[in-house]
Design a protein around this ligand. Structure first.
Ligand code: CU
Length: 164
């Protein structure tokens, strides 16, 4: 009980302090958009249904010994999805560069990517013909650069572009 009262007292002090310090309008303006953006971000995190085409990208080790995504560049339309297929040379995955996707894309991607092993990083596919699909419905237009975590240093990188 004493602890609770102390918490309430602290809370009251914090609130009092806040209202006392927010004399500058810029502080209020800075705080307001952040609070307003939170629910929108949560909504965007829910995977949106695919309304367009499902494109296929193969992940493979070529006869020349190159680890590649094929095609290495792909243009899709809003509402489309991409399925990456584990053809050979696994494990492979799909991981996006946080600084090489359009503004606002990371939140959408993190919501749309199943079984992530970390931020913007899909699971490793081991089994032959295993598939990893991402819906880009609701994702902002622009170019998305991505890589395979095990083979990035071997040049397994690619990009996809969502047209306007
Ligand atoms: Cu790979």
């Amino acid at each position: 009980m004493r602890k609770l009262l102390a918490s309430i007292a602290l809370l009251a002090m914090a609130c009092g302090g806040e209202s006392g310090e927010t004399g500058t309008p810029s502080a209020d303006e800075a705080a307001a958009p952040a609070q307003a953006a939170a629910p929108a971000a949560a909504e965007a995190a829910a995977p949106a249904p695919v309304t367009g085409t499902v494109h296929e990208v193969q992940m493979l080790l070529t006869e020349q010994g190159q680890y590649v995504y094929r095609p290495a560049s792909l243009t899709i339309r809003p509402g489309d999805a991409v399925r990456w297929i584990n053809v050979s040379g696994s494990p492979h995955n799909v991981a996006f560069y946080a600084d090489k996707v359009p503004a606002g894309a990371a939140t959408v991607l993190n919501g749309a990517m199943a079984n992530k092993i970390s931020d913007l990083t899909g699971e490793l596919l081991m089994a032959p013909d295993a598939v990893y699909q991402i819906s880009f419905a609701g994702a902002p237009a622009g170019t998305y650069e991505y890589f395979c975590t095990p083979h990035e240093m071997l040049g397994m990188v690619a990009s996809l572009t969502i047209s306007q």
